[in-house]
Design a protein around this ligand. Structure first.
Ligand code: URA
Length: 200
């Protein structure tokens, strides 16, 4: 059994928060185990709760189109959420739910080891860019410990607001270049070692 499959089985048993009682299905996340990019949304909505899959409602269809704009399919990336159960009535996640669920997200990051973590919306942004405002930092990247962190608006917000829509579409288009740049820096860092191997 793959480490991710084992992970999905464990998450399905989680009853730590009150909302676990009301879920139809847990929504752990999905995508490629070796994905370069991990997208992190907020919380499952009604469609996601029904299917047990992230971003399958209208916001998800928009996310699929955004991914297509950089020639990616959802199977080539990994998509997760800050919390894995649907808050009733689609209310915002509570701090305690975010706290309880953090261990699952941390484990996902350890298992997937993405080169880039893209936060979608305020809740996931707050985890990686504390005390920042999304209107200021969307579309900007930070590199820490060899991972690129990149904040974007939430597709559900962008879907209904023209100005955010232009921003999210432009921000998505920057992702391939950011990844390529990080790759060329990593390659340059590997180079001297390779040379020294030849010299010995
Ligand atoms: N919105 C999210 O943040 N996550 C989903 O999975 C669906 C909608």
């Amino acid at each position: 059994m793959s480490a991710l499959t084992e992970f999905y089985e464990e998450v399905a048993l989680c009853q730590q928060c009150e909302i676990a009682k009301y879920r139809t299905k847990v929504v752990p996340g999905e995508g490629a185990e070796d994905a370069d990019i991990l997208f992190i949304g907020e919380a499952p909505g009604w469609h996601e709760d029904q299917q047990g899959r992230p971003f399958v409602g209208p916001a998800g269809q928009y996310l699929d189109r955004l991914l297509a704009s950089i020639n990616l399919k959802r199977e080539q990336v990994y998509i997760a959420n800050v919390i894995k159960c649907r808050p009733q009535g689609n209310r915002d996640p509570l701090p305690i739910e975010i706290h309880n669920c953090r261990k699952w997200l941390d484990r996902q990051i350890e298992l997937i080891r993405p080169k880039m973590i893209v936060t979608l919306g305020r809740y996931s942004m707050a985890m990686f860019f504390p005390n920042k405002s999304i209107s200021k930092i969307h579309g900007t990247a930070q590199k820490r410990d060899n991972v690129i962190y990149y904040a974007m608006y939430h597709p559900a917000a962008a879907l209904h607001q023209q100005s955010l829509r232009q921003a999210i579409e432009a921000d998505m288009l920057k992702i391939p270049l950011l990844l390529a740049q990080a790759e060329s820096v990593a390659e340059a860092e590997r180079q001297p070692q390779q040379l020294s191997m030849f010299e010995v």
